[in-house]
Design a protein around this ligand. Structure first.
Ligand code: SIN
Length: 528
């Protein structure tokens, strides 16, 4: 395998980027650790925020994004992404995405927390899946794009790692899960589009693939990571005793659903004048407070004001899932709890998806562009993914044309005398302990003591997992736990460094905001 461009991840960011590079004449390989549609995108229900109606304008979308981001957004990035939205929506439609139409021939627009206008284009309540299917169809018909399933990216190879002078990307090590062999692949560009890190937490709306692989790999290679303390907890995941957390889209509140506490009281008005449609950090904290105050395992979401037929038309996936669980949402309140949902920070990039390592790009949830700040505005993530994949493709095209490359021999992966593991229980134990630690100590409400407790345990887990990594044969679970432990350590480190409460980072020890909003930035170089 020898490609100029390798994409890691097959969600909306990776697929869009590959298609755009192909249009510019490049051959691209997409690597995905499971199957092509095992992605976070596939689980996105709400939709994609963009200004498409005459009742809306760019200024309000920018303002809503900045308010949600609580002072930490990069306003020029927000402006640029919001203004590029409509063109990218047209692209998605051309690529075959069929957004739900309105009766007047335009598109039906949903509303979610923090938006002052209806501006969410959606495909009923399975927008992510519809986009994923359309893009995968385009990718499979494109002869310049090869998609490799069951290929787990382990680590990036920079020129200095290969014994040279420079720091640019020259290759990548990849585990082929079907053979168990490690491939050393030459490439000039790697686009990380590997999604988020929800699986660092015990309860998450994310699929099991969300293990922070891209952030961990980039950090190990020397990339800067930013704002990792800002973990977004979705306020309304379906509560169930088996630990599964099925997403109940915020669009349900957009259509009038009301949160009620264990006593049946609507409580959001007493927390924020925007009530149930306040930004997610505020709603998740209010729910957490009500659950603790009344000692309840969940709160209720009440959408019984809508008829069964309306609910089945607008929210078929949610309606049917709840019916399977014995809940008729047209008659019954839905038991809901917050769950880890979205990483607002990530690998630091500019507006062209470029990181501080030449040849390394990042796009989608894995990246931190400055759009989300301290709290992402609902449905801005798919928008960011399509805009940055377009900017990134143009930047990569330029990089390949202008950068000078020497033919570097890559160091082959060394398996050494590693053994087949006889203690796999370590992996499962460490993964469980990590998720429990993050949930109990690094959740919606933080304190110095909780963060210290978490860091002590994580450092212990890190020592054990690294020891395991160097002594036993590589396997996907090992790679995932190793990545999760590193990302969890970075989340806690970033949270400890922020001596204020802002957006999604709320700590009882520093309940106020500092006058100046400063992004957190870390890289491996700081460890020395
Ligand atoms: C939702 O549908 O509530 C999730 C959408 C998002 O996270 O932006």
């Amino acid at each position: 395998m020898n490609y100029d461009i390798i994409v890691v991840g097959s969600g909306i960011a990776g697929l869009s980027f590959a298609l755009k590079c192909s249009k510019l004449g490049h051959r691209v390989a997409i690597l995905t650790k499971k199957t092509s549609s095992d992605t976070n995108t596939n689980h996105a229900q709400g939709g994609i925020a963009s200004v498409t109606s005459s009742a809306d304008d760019f200024e309000s979308h920018v303002r809503d994004t900045l308010i949600a981001g609580d002072g930490l957004c990069d306003s020029s990035v927000v402006e640029s992404i919001v203004r590029s939205g409509p063109e990218q929506i047209k692209n998605l439609i051309a690529e075959g995405v069929k957004f739900t139409p309105a009766s007047d021939g335009s598109y039906e627009l949903g509303r979610e927390g923090g938006h002052s206008q209806r501006r969410i284009l959606h495909v009923k309540d399975y927008t992510g899946r519809a986009i994923e299917e359309a893009l995968l169809k385009c990718v499979s018909a494109d002869p310049k794009i090869s998609l490799f399933e069951h290929h787990f990216a382990i680590d990036l190879i920079t020129e200095s790692k290969a014994g040279g002078e420079g720091n640019h990307i020259v290759g990548i090590y990849v585990l082929d899960n079907t053979t168990g062999k490690i491939k050393t692949i030459k490439t000039r560009v790697v686009m990380l589009a590997s999604g988020g890190t929800g699986c660092a937490y015990l309860y998450t709306t994310n699929p099991t693939i969300a293990t922070g692989d891209g952030i961990a790999m980039a950090y190990r290679a020397g990339a800067q990571v930013s704002n990792l303390e800002f973990i977004q907890f979705h306020p309304t995941a379906l509560y169930s005793t088996d630990g599964e957390r099925f997403l109940i889209s915020e669009a349900v509140r957009g259509e009038g659903a009301i949160l009620r506490n264990a006593n049946g009281e609507a409580f959001m008005k007493s927390y924020d004048p925007r009530a149930d449609l306040a930004p997610r950090d505020i709603v998740a904290r209010a729910i957490d407070h009500e659950m603790k105050r009344l000692g309840s395992a969940h709160v209720w979401l009440d959408i019984t004001k809508l008829s069964s037929q309306t609910l089945q038309d607008r929210f078929p996936q949610i309606y049917n899932h709840c019916i399977e669980k014995g809940i008729d949402i047209s008659k019954d309140f839905i038991p809901v709890v917050p769950a880890a949902h979205y990483m607002c920070g990530g690998v630091k990039t500019d507006i062209n998806a470029a990181t501080n390592i030449p040849g390394l790009y990042a796009c989608g949830e894995v990246a931190c562009t400055g759009l989300h700040g301290a709290n992402r505005l609902a449905s801005n993530s798919l928008l960011e993914a399509v805009v940055l994949s377009d900017n990134g493709a143009k930047a990569v095209d330029e990089y390949l044309k202008t950068a000078s490359f020497t033919d570097t021999a890559l160091p082959e992966w060394k398996d050494g005398d590693v053994r087949v593991p006889d203690e796999r229980v370590v992996l499962h134990h460490n993964s469980d302990e990590l998720k429990r630690t993050m949930w109990d100590y690094v959740c919606i409400v933080r304190t110095n003591k909780r963060l210290e407790r978490a860091m002590n345990r994580i450092l212990n887990l890190e020592r054990e997992i690294n020891d395991y990594y160097w002594n036993f044969k590589i396997e996907p679970t090992l790679l995932e736990v190793r990545n999760l432990v590193l990302v969890a350590k970075l989340i806690v480190k970033s949270a400890m460094a922020r001596k204020e409460s802002r957006g999604l980072h709320y700590t009882l020890d520093y309940p106020n905001k500092l006058p100046e909003a400063i992004p957190s930035v870390f890289s491996k170089a700081d460890e020395k």
